[in-house]
Design a protein around this ligand. Structure first.
Ligand code: F0G
Length: 348
C-alpha cells in the first residue's frame, strides 16, 4: 500500500480505493541549503531533493497513482514517451504491477543511467529517429487504440500524484514558501505544483501561495519564446522539449502566481549543478539544476530578497547522467602505489 497516496487520500482518492503497488515513493528531504544560500544571498533557501525517490526522480509521485489506476482498470500494459525519467519510473512500477511497459525514446538523447533503469526492469525500448515531441505524438495515437495505458503527464493521474510534492513542502515548513523554483520541460510538474498549492489553499491548509519560478534551457525554451521549438537542444536532456504538453498549465501557474518562466544557458545549468554538489553535497542531474541557476539570477538582480523563503525542486538524481561529470583529463592524478607518491598526489 502506497504510504504517500494513503497520506493524501482525502485529496487524491476515494475512501475505498486500493493502491497495492508501491516502491516507497515520496517523503523526500527538504534541505536547508545554508552554504549555497550564502553564496546566492538567500538566508532561507531550501532544496527539495526528489532524487531520493525509488527510481531517482519526481516522476514516481505521479507514476504510482497512474500505474495503480491502470492496473485497477484491467490494463495489461503501459506506454510512454520519455526523455528518460518517465520511462525509468514507468518501467519500475509496471514491473512491480506485473504488467508490460513500452517506452518510446529519442535516439541518442537519453542519459545512460535512465536507459539502464528501463532495461533492467524489463521494459521494451523503442528508439525513434526523432525527438521527444515526436515520440509523445506517436504515443498519444497508440494510446487512442487502447493497446496500452498512456502514463505520460497527459494522463491526469500523473499530475494529480505530483501535487504531493507541494503538499509535503507546506506540511514541513508549516506554510507555503514565498517562491518555488523548478525546471520546465513538458510543463507537467509546474502545473502539478501550482495545482497542489491552490488545492491546499482551498482546503484551508495554507493561507499563502508561492510565486512560481520556472526555468527552461535556452536551446529548448518554447514558453519563453512564445512559440514551439522544432529542434530543441540542451545538455540537460531531461528538458530537451520543444512543444510542451502542459503549456497552458505552465503559463497559468506563472500568471496566477505573479511568477516568471525564463531561460537559462547550458553553462549556467552546469555551473549550478556543480555548486549545489560542492556547497551542499547534493548531486542532482543537469535539468534539476536549472531552477537553482534561475534563482541565482533573480537573487542577484533583486527580484528575490534575502529574507524570502525559496524552495528549489531538484527533480532527479545526478547518478542518472554520470557522463556529464566524468573526470576530465588532469582531474585524476595517477601516481605510484607508495605513500610518498600518494602524499605528492595530495599536494602535501
Ligand atoms: N527534471 C527532470 C529530471 C525531468 O526528467 C523532467 C522531465 C523535468 C525536470 C521537467 O518536468 O516535463 O514536468 O516539465 N522529464 C520527462 C521525462 C519529460 O520523459 O522523463 P516537466
Amino acid at each position: 500500500m502506497s504510504a504517500l497516496l494513503e497520506r493524501y487520500r482525502d485529496l487524491l482518492a476515494g475512501p475505498a480505493e486500493a493502491f497495492p503497488v508501491t516502491l516507497g515513493e515520496g517523503a523526500t528531504p527538504l534541505i536547508h541549503a545554508r552554504r549555497l544560500g550564502e553564496e546566492l544571498g538567500l538566508d532561507n533557501l531550501y532544496l527539495k531533493f526528489e532524487g531520493t525517490n525509488p527510481t531517482g526522480s519526481f516522476k514516481d509521485r505521479g507514476m504510482v497513482l497512474a500505474v495503480n489506476r491502470a492496473l485497477a482498470s484491467g490494463a495489461r500494459a503501459v506506454i510512454c514517451a520519455s526523455t528518460g525519467n518517465t520511462s525509468a519510473s514507468a518501467a519500475a512500477y509496471a514491473a512491480a504491477a506485473g504488467i508490460d511497459c513500452f517506452v518510446v525514446l529519442p535516439v541518442g538523447k537519453v542519459a545512460r543511467g535512465k536507459l539502464a533503469q528501463a532495461v533492467a526492469a524489463g521494459a521494451r525500448l523503442i528508439s525513434i529517429d526523432g525527438n521527444f515531441d515526436e515520440a509523445l505524438e506517436s504515443v498519444r495515437r497508440i494510446g487512442d487504440e487502447e493497446t496500452a495505458a498512456v502514463v505520460n503527464s497527459i494522463n491526469p493521474d500523473r499530475i494529480a500524484g505530483q501535487q504531493t510534492g507541494a503538499w509535503e513542502i507546506v506540511d514541513e515548513l508549516g506554510r507555503a514558501p514565498d517562491a518555488l523554483a523548478l525546471p520546465v520541460g513538458n510543463a507537467g510538474n509546474i502545473t502539478a505544483y501550482w495545482r497542489g498549492f491552490t488545492r491546499y489553499a482551498e482546503a484551508g491548509r495554507t493561507t499563502t501561495k508561492p510565486r512560481m519560478l520556472g526555468f527552461q534551457a535556452a536551446g529548448a525554451a518554447p514558453i519563453v519564446n512564445g512559440a514551439p521549438v522544432a529542434q530543441p537542444e540542451t545538455v540537460a536532456t531531461a528538458i530537451r522539449i520543444g512543444s510542451p504538453a502542459s503549456w497552458e498549465g505552465a503559463t497559468a501557474a506563472r500568471d496566477e502566481s505573479r511568477g516568471v518562466i525564463e531561460a537559462v544557458s547550458d553553462e549556467e545549468i552546469l555551473d549550478a549543478q556543480r555548486r549545489i554538489a560542492q556547497t551542499e553535497g547534493v548531486f542532482c542531474e543537469p535539468a534539476s539544476a536549472a531552477g537553482v541557476a534561475g534563482v541565482r539570477r533573480l537573487a542577484a538582480d533583486g527580484r528575490l530578497h534575502r529574507s524570502e523563503t525559496v524552495v528549489c525542486v531538484l527533480t532527479g538524481h545526478g547518478l542518472k547522467d554520470p557522463d556529464i561529470v566524468s573526470p576530465e583529463e588532469g582531474e585524476i592524478r595517477t601516481v605510484g602505489a607508495d605513500l610518498a607518491s600518494i602524499r605528492r598526489g595530495m599536494g602535501i
